[in-house]
Design a protein around this ligand. Structure first.
Ligand SMILES: [Fe+2]
Ligand SMILES: [Fe+2]
Length: 282
């Protein structure tokens, strides 16, 4: 008898990387999001997390590769790894160009996250590292959905930057259940999954605000005004954080699965408009 698959990604969603190179140098030298330093720093601060963070996501999932017997889930793990590898590459280029043109120290920006990952790999069980990846992948999935569903989040941004963020958001949506399905397949507990979401959420905001603080410290003009306006933006409809409380909270449901938030229609619509080319097996 055929075993039921452990993968709960819908059959019509393919997880294949689009090997795209973005040209971002010019935009990154400026406040590319509508000339607004705070909005620009917000997205730039997320980008700083990706090369180190996404490598850790790949490692934590790959650790369990040999325990996955389901061929569909194995294939999805390959797709997940390939997509995250291209994301890492493009965001590494992004971060290097950003730091070179704006005078930021990439080493200083990355240092605490680099240290935390090294400590976690040494002291935390592999299943907890995977639970952290599951939680981060939920964060990226709900942020991606917000960016795709509400085009106004990129009103005023330069076209190539908009294209990069939407490309990343599409692929985060496509592979949003892979780490989750691996976690379930290898017997990860509900308790650990929820607990790690709380830890990850605190770190996510601490990292983002630290990066923004460093990026905005040489701002000419009133920094108090800048931060007040910025915090207002984060609560506005143009913010990708707007309306995320409910989808974030859903993660704590016992029967939750990332595809309960079915965004295939919006992904397909944005994909058609972006014309990114065909995803390919590497
Ligand atoms: Fe990614
Ligand atoms: Fe991801």
């Amino acid at each position: 008898m055929t075993q039921p698959t452990m993968s709960h990604t819908p059959e019509d969603v393919s997880i294949l990387p689009r090997n795209i190179n973005f040209n971002l140098e010019q935009a990154l030298a400026t406040d590319w999001h509508g000339g607004d330093p705070f909005r620009t720093a917000f997205y730039n601060s997320l980008s700083i997390m990706f090369p180190l963070g996404e490598q850790q996501f790949i490692d934590s999932v790959k650790h369990y590769r040999d325990r996955i017997t389901d061929p569909v889930l194995s294939e999805n793990v390959r797709g997940f790894t390939a997509q995250e590898s291209v994301h890492r590459r493009e965001h590494q280029k992004y971060n290097e160009a950003l730091c070179a043109s704006r005078g930021y120290s990439l080493e200083k920006l990355e240092a605490p996250l680099r240290r935390r990952i090294a400590l976690a790999q040494k002291h935390i069980p592999s299943i907890a590292l995977l639970a952290a990846t599951v939680a981060y992948e939920h964060w990226t999935a709900i942020l991606a959905d917000a960016v795709l569903r509400r085009p106004e989040t990129f009103d005023g941004a330069t076209p190539e930057m908009t294209r990069l963020w939407r490309w990343h958001a599409i692929e985060e949506s496509e592979h949003k259940a892979v780490a989750f399905d691996v976690y379930r397949a290898v017997g990860g507990s509900e308790y650990l999954r929820r607990r790690l979401m709380l830890v990850v959420t605190v770190h996510f905001f601490l990292d983002a605000f630290r990066h923004m603080r460093l990026m905005l410290r040489n701002h000419k003009g009133s920094r108090v005004k800048l931060w007040i306006g910025g915090l207002r933006f984060l609560m506005s409809r143009q913010s990708p954080l707007h309306g995320l409380w409910r989808p974030w909270r859903d993660f704590f449901r016992r029967d939750f699965h990332p595809w309960d938030h079915d965004n295939r229609t919006v992904v397909a619509t944005v994909l058609r408009a972006l014309d990114l080319g065909v995803a390919a097996v590497e």
